[in-house]
Each structure stands twice: as C-alpha cells, then as structure tokens.
Design a binder for this molecule. Structure first.
Ligand code: GLY
Length: 352
C-alpha cells in the first residue's frame, strides 16, 4: 500500500510503517519513548505493537480509561503528571496507540507538554484511521461539548496498520464507516456506493482512499477556514445528537458514527430543502444508512436539547449555526444557514 504524504509527515501502511518508525526514532535521537494506551488497547493492540517496535530506548507506558467521557482536561493532567514523574523531557517521544480519544488527547498532551514534544499516531480504530488521527486536529471535550479545547498540530508520522481492526467489534467498525460514508457523499460517491451495496468491501482500499481525500482537503485548508468544513458533513446535527445522548442518563451512549449517521440523514433532508439535493436520493441515503445503523431513539421531546448543543458547534460564527450542505453527491456548499424549524423538521423526517 503506497504511503501518503501529508503536509509535514508521512502516513505509512502495514509492516513498512514500523520500519519507518524505527528510522524516525533512530534519526531523531529521542531520550525516551512514552506510549499512551487505554485499557482496551493495552490488552488488544500493545502486544502486537511492542513486538514490531524496534528500539533500544527506554519505554514507559501510560494507560488511561477508554471512552469519550474521559476525553477531558482531567485526563490530560493525569498524563502530564505521569510523564513528569516518569522523567519525560523535551526530547521524549509520545506514541499514541488507540482510537480517536487517544490520538486526539495524546496529540494535545504532547503538543502542550514543556511547550511541545514530538508525537506519532498509531490509530487502532477505523474511525481514527480514516479521520481522527489524520489532519492535525487534537484536543479534548469541555463537559459534553465536543472538541472545544485543542489545537492544530501535526504528528511526526502515522503508522497505519489495519491488523488492529481485527480487535474491534462490529459496532466500532460501523462507527468508523460513517466517516467513510461522509467522504463518499462529499468527495467520491464510489466509496458510498461500495458501502451501500456491500460489494467487494476491501477495507484497506476504503481506508487508503478516505485518507487520500482527507489529506487533499487538509493540504488546501489546514485550519478549516474554507473547504475543510466539508469534512463536517453530518456532524453539525450529529455532534448535537452525540452530546445529548452523552449527557442524558436515560439514553444509552451512541458511538460517534451512530450519531453522525443520524446527522447525515437529517442534513441530506435539509439539503433537499435548501440546496436542491435530489429528493429521490434522500430516500436512498436514508434507507442505506438505516439498514446499516438501525434507528436511534430520537423523539420530539429531545429536539430542543439537541438544538441547544448545536449552538456550541465550533463552526458557528456570531451564534449562527453553520452547516455544510449538498447540492448533489460530491457537490458541497459550506457556510449554509438553517432555521431551527428546518432542523427540527429534519429530525422528524429521521423519525418517520
Ligand atoms: N474531522 C473533520 C476534520 O478533521 O476536519
């Protein structure tokens, strides 16, 4: 699998990536290596990783609790303290081994520790492979508000090893699939069709193509001033739904992808009302997504609370909720304004 060159770092695939990582460690003369894991990846991914990591440097492992609820500044303080106690210095390297929580939080911790140390991302979930670990966004949640604190900062490299996917549940794979659907609808409809029709699903090819798309977008707009906003397709309502379910004690938490799936259906409906997305395609998007994800229990009594969470979306300017909508597949429009009524109508459409 051909490596992908991001702005300042390579994304290397399979065993070749471990050779590249060993080369980076040798040439950078790191003083020590810290590996950030969670209670899942320590068991399921770390044994493979440590077997393939070639180095004679001192290694320390720092473990945090898995899950979005731990993606917060308290966890960062714990990791900064552990690094300090274990003697990390400015020439230490932090390797993040995990899903989006680990790569987002780890990149943030590394970039702020002693004003910034190097880090390498080793995404182990599909979600993190195709989205979170690529593109330089790092950070944590503020309460249940997603990714409110953070910075743009790039890893030294990404090790993309699809073998780690073997450790995931079907639900986690579905979660990452929502991001591939996003790239499909906004940039390359073949990706969406392959998932929809479940034909020749070569997951490594889907990952590679998704990263290619993301990388092209990020190279053009690294700080999300323009076209990178398209990568938030489905996320404006999706994040609102995700935060609401995280906060509600009477709702079971959704995976990120399950929430984004709701968002994609709603935002497709809104696109048909505001930007001319063809009506017949709205139905087929809804059918395809419900077939994969089932129906999430979003009832009318939830709508106002979901809207309230959307008011904190990072794309909002002057308090206005800012959407990316589609005129058709592969034709997106950024900075669209949508009324509260239409957002609620779209949630109703999801429910029908
Ligand atoms: N997850 C969307 C982006 O990285 O821009």
């Amino acid at each position: 699998m051909i490596s992908i060159q991001a702005v300042t770092y390579p994304i290397d695939f399979n065993e070749k990536a471990y050779t590249a990582l060993a080369g980076l460690i040798r040439s950078s003369n790191y003083s020590s290596i810290f590996i950030l894991v969670d209670n899942n990846t320590i068991t399921h991914c770390y044994p493979r990783f440590i077997k393939l990591l070639e180095t004679d440097k001192k290694i320390e492992v720092i473990e945090i609790e898995a899950g979005e609820v731990n993606k917060n500044i308290n966890t960062c303080v714990g990791v900064w303290n552990a690094m300090t106690e274990l003697g990390a210095d400015r020439k230490s390297l932090l390797i993040t081994l995990g899903g989006g929580v680990i790569t987002d939080l780890g990149g943030f911790v590394a970039s702020t520790f002693k004003r910034g140390i190097d880090f390498v991302n080793i995404p182990t979930t599909l979600l993190s492979m195709v989205d979170a670990s690529v593109g330089g966004k790092t950070g944590v949640d503020l309460g249940v508000l997603k990714n409110q604190i953070g910075l743009f900062t790039n890893p030294k490299m990404i090790v993309l090893d699809p073998e780690y996917l073997q450790t995931l549940s079907a639900r986690e794979i579905r979660s990452g699939t929502a991001e591939i659907i996003k790239y499909g609808m906004t940039h390359d409809i073949h990706l969406f069709n392959e998932i929809k029709d479940n034909i020749k699903l070569n997951i490594v090819d889907l990952i590679h193509r998704s990263i290619e798309i993301k990388n092209e977008v990020v190279l053009e707009d690294p700080k999300e001033n323009g076209i990178r906003k398209a990568l938030n397709w489905g996320h404006t309502i999706g994040h609102g739904v995700e935060s609401y379910f995280l906060e509600s004690s009477h709702k079971e938490n959704l995976t990120h992808g399950e929430a984004i799936a709701v968002g994609i259906i709603c935002e497709t409906y809104i696109s048909s009302k505001l930007t001319g997305f063809p009506l017949n395609k709205v139905k087929s998007v809804k059918n395809a997504i419900i077939t994969i994800y089932g129906k999430v229990p979003v009832i009318e009594g939830d709508f106002n609370a979901i809207l309230n969470f959307m008011k904190h979306d990072k794309k909002n300017i002057n308090g206005e909720i800012n959407f990316v909508l589609l005129e058709d597949f592969e034709k997106f429009k950024i900075n669209c304004k949508v009324s509260n009524e239409l957002i609620k109508e779209s949630l109703k459409y999801y429910n029908e």
